[in-house]
Each structure stands twice: as C-alpha cells, then as structure tokens.
Ligand binder design. Structure first.
Ligand code: GLN
Length: 243
C-alpha cells in the first residue's frame, strides 16, 4: 500500500516545525509497511487532484500568506475538487486561515481564501501564544484530547457548514471567545495547533491515515496498533499546561 501527500508551498508556509506533521504521518505509515511519498508543490506547479491522498498546508505570517494568495487562487479549483472527493487535508494556522473565505490582516485588504471551509478570519489586536488543550470526539481510543501550541493574532469564526475540531479547555483556539478550536469539513481539518501537532497526538495521526486508507482501499483498511508509550507520555505532559 502507498499514499501520496502534497506538501503545499513549503518555502513559504512552514513555521514552528510544521513539517513534523508530515514526518509523523510518514513514519506511522512506514511502521505499518505503508509507503508515503512526499510531493512538494511550489508556486507555478499545477496540482492534479487525482494524484494525492493527503494535502498539507503549514503556517505562515501575514507576509507569507499575502505572497501565496494569488497562487492559491490559481489552484482553487483543483484543491476544491480534492476536498470534495474526500482527500484528507491538514492545514495549520496561517494555512488554516486561507482555507476559509478570507483573512483580513490589520490595516490591509482582505486576502481571499480557498473557500473550502465555511469560515473567515480577521486580525485581532492581541497575540495568543501558549499551549492548548482541546477536547475532541475524534479519537478511536482512550485519548480524548488534542494538545498543541498556538501563536496567532488572527481570529477565526466558523459558519454553518464547518464544525469545530474540538472545544478548548486550556488556551484560546479559534477566537478566544466561543471556546472552539479548529474546523472540520468533510476530511478537511484546519487548526491553530503547531507543535508539531501530530507527533504528540498519535491517535489523531492514525485517525487521518485511516480516513485516507478507507478512501483509497475501502472500508476493510485498518491500521495495526503501535506502541505509543513515548508519544502518549509527551501528550499527557502538556495537557492543561498553558506554559
Ligand atoms: N498570520 C497569522 C496570524 O498571526 C498566522 C500566524 C501563523 O501561522 N502562526 O494570525
């Protein structure tokens, strides 16, 4: 078995170790004898939505988001087609903001998003930095939380078609007001959690791999369990610790 992952604009969108998310997916696949091939997508590359099982978009500051905005609009149809066909997306922070309708930086025009998620983001006047713990319903096993690290001033508001990834118990999440964190639409997941997120959340990594596996290989696709003692230890150390 094999998967293909499109890593979108790594030169511009990749901060706070976001690439570690890809390494976690790749390694947890490899431990099960599944190859995951990484395809870097750079500005000017045309995305063929038939080719990829996963799409990864990392975080970036306002300047990088602005630099990639036109390119994203060029690929909007392909990425929308991929999302509609249930490909698995993971987008972090600045990348997450660009999945929505727009990101409005302070004192600048709106940066149009991909409109894959029914959500929008506006710059706030406070920066939210620290660990975040989120209660989720995504886990197939004992861990019911996601942990990660946020650093953003953008405030994201979800509209009807997008469900939150979870409810914040420590930290701020989407907007520091409604207790939501992240967004989910079909198999598209956006979150403010850097960290990297996936190495500390092995259950969520497997959840994403399972979605891609069932999409590609059918409902009989199942992942063998791994010994996650170290990963779970790392996860539990951060739960509800803001700093
Ligand atoms: N520019 C965005 C913000 O500060 C995203 C930052 C990030 O990706 N860490 O809200």
């Amino acid at each position: 078995m094999e998967f293909n992952l499109a890593y979108l604009y790594p030169e511009l969108l990749n901060i706070y170790g976001d690439k570690g998310n890809i390494l976690a997916i790749q390694q947890r696949c490899l431990w099960r004898g599944i190859n995951l091939y990484l395809h870097k997508i750079n500005p000017g590359d045309k995305i063929n939505p038939e080719l990829y099982d996963f799409y990864f978009i990392g975080g970036g500051q306002d300047q990088q988001q602005l630099m990639i905005a036109d390119e994203l609009q060029n690929q909007k149809n392909a990425l929308t087609q991929a999302a509609q066909s249930n490909a698995v997306f993971l987008a972090i922070c600045g990348g997450y903001q660009l999945l929505g309708e727009y990101y409005k930086p302070a004192n600048k025009d709106k940066i149009p998003g991909l409109e894959i998620m029914d959500a929008y983001t506006t710059a706030g006047n406070k920066r939210y930095i620290g660990n975040v713990t989120v209660n989720t319903g995504f886990s197939n096993n004992d861990i019911k939380t996601l942990v990660g690290f946020e650093n953003h001033s953008g405030l994201t508001y979800l509209r009807e078609k997008t469900k939150p990834l979870g409810v914040v118990s420590t930290g701020n999440g989407n907007n520091a007001q409604d207790n939501t964190e992240g967004g989910v639409y079909k198999n598209v997941f956006g979150t403010y959690l850097h960290g990297s997120l996936l190495p500390k959340n092995p259950h969520f990594t497997d959840y994403l791999i399972n979605l891609a596996g069932k999409r590609k290989y059918g409902n009989n696709f199942n992942l063998d369990p791994l010994n996650d003692e170290i990963e779970v230890f790392a996860h539990n150390r951060v739960i509800n610790k803001k700093y």
